[in-house]
Design a protein around this ligand. Structure first.
Ligand SMILES: [Zn+2]
Length: 301
């Protein structure tokens, strides 16, 4: 009997699908937490050259240009295969991705960038401060959340850009807008999208969430410059030309329901909202003020 069982065991093992090769660049980070953001969402054209190829709770944007594709953010490592499938399902070639722009060097938005960089051959672009973190996969003590952060696969080649720098690829120019606050290196990106005569200024906004892990305090004297930069970010977003706002976390701008509305009634594009950037900044400022009040009262979580 034992002999027969072992024979069956051998047969079953032979019939089982080949084990997937372990790929260190797509090893899951915090799978339980991340799975909440990874609600499947079909790749969606938002307007003109602008698409979303990420998830219900985590945005990854794609811009089509006359000389290739630009990707914004890379999600978590375990999401890379699905992002790549989304790009391919639009009939596009991964090797046409020439630039990968990063909004912040945290594992939830940048954890997948190393795998995407390898698979596409694209150049990764970030602020100087974010570039330093992307190259090592680890944040320094200037990051308000350092004590919480998981490290992520380091990116091989990162090009650092300054605030206001323009990146041209074919017929599209994307401008870097430094938006420090959530992290010192946070960067938002803006470009123009057109459909026929109608053109829109699109903004992909970095996260503005004023989260901090012990012992970081936004109100500490040592962080005075960072807090001032955060306030400046909010002021800047209020005056930025902005017809369409996409945010790295869709929930921060009602993105998931807008995608649904767009699918149901494409003739009324819900992403057109000239007040969206202002509302985004106002919401973040309320949270920042709450956080500062907690710090002053000694009641930070
Ligand atoms: Zn973050």
């Amino acid at each position: 009997m034992r002999f027969i069982m072992s024979l069956i065991g051998v047969t079953l093992a032979a019939a089982a699908p080949a084990q997937e090769v372990d790929d260190p660049l797509v090893r899951p980070i915090a799978p339980e937490q991340a799975s909440k953001w990874l609600t499947p969402q079909p790749p969606t054209r938002i307007f003109g050259n602008t698409y979303l190829v990420g998830f219900g709770g985590l945005n990854v944007a794609l811009i089509r240009t006359s000389a290739g594709l630009i990707l914004i953010d890379g999600g978590v490592p375990q999401a890379v295969r699905r992002i790549e499938d989304n790009v391919r399902s639009l009939g596009l070639d991964l090797r046409d991705i020439k630039l990968i722009l990063s909004t912040e060097p945290h594992w939830d938005h940048a954890g997948g960038i190393a795998a995407l960089e390898r698979d596409t051959g694209a150049t990764v672009v970030a602020s100087a401060s974010a570039a330093q973190v992307l190259r090592t996969g680890r944040s320094g003590p200037d990051d308000p959340q350092m004590a919480w952060l998981a490290s992520f696969p380091p990116v091989q080649r990162v090009r650092a850009v300054r605030d206001g720098e323009a990146l041209r690829l074919g017929d599209v120019t994307v401008t870097a807008v430094a938006t420090p606050g959530h992290t010192p290196g946070s960067m938002s990106w803006t470009w123009q999208s057109c459909e026929g005569e109608r053109c829109a200024r699109v903004v992909f906004g970095s996260s503005l969430n004023p989260l901090a892990a012990d012992p970081y305090r936004f109100s500490a004297p040592v962080n005075r410059a960072h807090l001032a930069a955060f306030r400046h970010t909010l002021e800047r977003l209020r005056s930025l030309p902005c017809d369409i706002l996409l945010t790295s976390h869709p929930a921060q701008s009602d993105g998931e329901s807008k995608v649904e509305q767009l699918r149901e009634r494409p003739e009324h594009n819900p992403f057109f909202d000239p007040r969206a950037c202002r509302a985004y900044a106002d919401g973040a400022e309320r949270k920042l003020d709450e956080r500062l009040a907690e710090e002053a009262a000694g009641s930070t979580p």
